[in-house]
Design a protein around this ligand. Structure first.
Ligand SMILES: [Zn+2]
Ligand SMILES: [Zn+2]
Length: 149
């Protein structure tokens, strides 16, 4: 693979400007949940596990917003949660990356065109970032889309 094509750009996007439309696990299963909407957008449904409990989480699809819905379990602030694809049970934890704020493990969602969203798995930390591969093309699209908002 050409090294140049693997360059990853990290950008800061202002909160509430963007929502995550097509998140998947690494195998391409959609995590989008049309039945549960948050801020009028389909939420992101994942299976969640802590040491004691197991349930589901519907994550806020707005980038920078955290009005998540937790179903069937309680997650106290500060606890590290592990997330899984509801379809294939794949762990969404990304290996080798830790939160820059609290050093907890991170999850990853795959987006179309090789982009990813990573986030901290510690409840209450809220650190996350968007990484865009093939930056020129992607950034152009991003700004185009944001201007329509
Ligand atoms: Zn899957
Ligand atoms: Zn963190």
């Amino acid at each position: 693979m050409n090294e140049k094509e693997k360059i990853i750009v990290e950008i800061n996007v202002s909160p509430k400007g963007l929502h995550i439309e097509h998140p998947t696990c690494s195998k391409g299963h959609s995590l989008k949940c049309d039945k549960v909407k948050i801020h009028n957008f389909p939420s992101i449904k994942v299976k969640a596990k802590t040491n004691d409990e197991e349930g589901f989480m519907y994550l806020d699809p707005i980038y920078g917003s955290f009005d998540n819905i937790i179903e069937g379990m309680k997650i106290p602030d500060g606890v590290i949660v592990e997330l899984f694809c509801p379809e294939c049970d794949e762990s969404l934890t990304i290996s080798g990356e830790n939160c820059k704020i609290c050093s907890a493990p991170m999850f990853v969602f795959h987006l179309p065109n090789n982009s990813i969203v990573e986030g901290c798995l510690r409840k209450g930390c809220m650190f996350h970032e968007l990484k865009i591969v093939n930056a020129d093309q992607q950034l152009a699209r991003l700004f185009e889309e944001r201007m329509l908002l």
